[in-house]
Every structure is written in structure tokens, then in C-alpha cells.
Write a protein that binds this ligand. Sequence first.
Ligand code: GCO
Length: 263
Amino acid sequence: MTNLFDIKGKVALITGSTHGLGMAMAKGLGQAGATIVVNGNSSQEKIDTAVAELKAEGINAVGYKFNVTEEQEVKAAVQKIESEVGPIDILINNAGIIKRIPLLDMEVSDFREVVDIDLVSPFIVSKHVAKGMIDRRQGKIINICSMMSELGRNTVSAYAAAKGGLKMLTKNMATEWAKYNVQINGIGPGYFATEQTKPIRVDGHPFNDFIISRTPAAKWGDPSDLAGAAIFLSSKASDFVNGHILYVDGGILATIGKPSNEE
Ligand code: GCO
């Protein structure tokens, strides 16, 4: 029986993968044999450091600096990657930001910046990568959604609007592209221990205690917990899965939670 989860030799572009969940998924797919194309836009040094970290684990990795919100940069980068590395078999739209600001205090520019990076850029990057996947009649696109694709929370309205939209964009990509044997799905991470959540995760922070009580697994996720879902949605094992958001959340979305006096 062929290994349904075999992704050896596949080329995987992961946007925003110099750190955090993107780096964790890069390690997961890389350790499973994929060639990793690291992307970032902050600095070439961060990209080089991330590539070196992956190579130190025996992973075949290269890095490309481009701004995922600028279509001409994305178009040129995709062409460069596909000529220098090879056709992109797997695209993970991971790049994203969050701004924790109450709606009434949020500037329109802040709202637009979050939506631009978290929702519009997956559209831009997917549009240019999908063209080759459609021609080849094969490809995997994974959009990194969120608990906020399903639930609201104080101060993260722009992020929730973007991640809710990304859930529906995922379903529409599947609607338009599945007939070309391209599978487009999402991963919805729960609350993970990353730099992005550090400000709300410190011991004694009320939100930290809340998440521990609200998560049936009673802990923050470790970024390495995402590798299995990423490998599944990048491999033959998910060839008939489309438009699905796979939540890796320790059970948060399964429950309304419990009173503080219950175990
Ligand atoms: C927050 C967190 C969340 C998580 C994740 C949950 O402020 O609520 O940062 O946004 O990072 O997106 O799925």
C-alpha cells in the first residue's frame, strides 16, 4: 500500500514562515521530505536564519523575500521560485498579523492593514500559484484560519473579520478549483504558544487562565502540534477533502466551557 501521507520531494511554499506557526509547519513538512520555500518580508537576515535552522535539521530549504500584499512582487516571486526550485505543489497561506484594539478605538488604516495581510494576500498568492496547479491538474492549498473564523472576541474584530472571510474564501477556492484536482482547505489553530500570543499568555494574565479553563485539553497548543494536520492536507490522504477547515484546537470549538467550580 502506497504511503498516503508521502510528500517526499514536493515543493512547499509557506508564507510568513520565518517564525511561529509557519516555521513549525515548515519543520513538519520538511521532516516529512518536502522541499521548503521560506517566505518573509521583514528582513533577509530573518529569512536566512530560518533557512539555516531548517537546513540544520537536514531539511532542503530555500528562502525568498517578498511582500504577499503586493501582487506584482508575488507574481515575480512565484515565477522565480518555479524556475529556480520547481513547480509549487503545496501552498500554505500563513502570513498574518493581529492588532488587539477595541473597535471604537481602531483606526481605519489599522483595520485595512489586518484585512490586507490576513485575507487579501491569501487571495493574491493563491491566484498566482493556482494557475500552475490548475495547468498541472494537481496541487494543495492550505489557508491558516483561526478560532476567530468561527468565534468573536473583544479587541480582535479586524482579525476575526479577516479570518472569517478566509474561511469562506477557502470554500470558494474549492468551489472554483476542485474540478482541476486542486484541493484547497484550511487549518484553524486554537490557542498556541507563539510570539503572537505571548502578550496574552504570561502566567497570571487573566486570558491565560481563561484559555486553560476554556480548552478541554487544558493547555496551550505547541506549534509542533500542527505538523500532522499540515502533512495530511498536503498529501494524497486528503485528495477528496475540499473546502474543509480542520481545527487543531484542543477541543475549544467542541464545548461552551464549564463553570470554574467544575473539573
Ligand atoms: C487572540 C489570539 C488568537 C490566536 C488564534 C486563535 O488574540 O485571541 O492571538 O487570535 O492567535 O488566532 O485561533
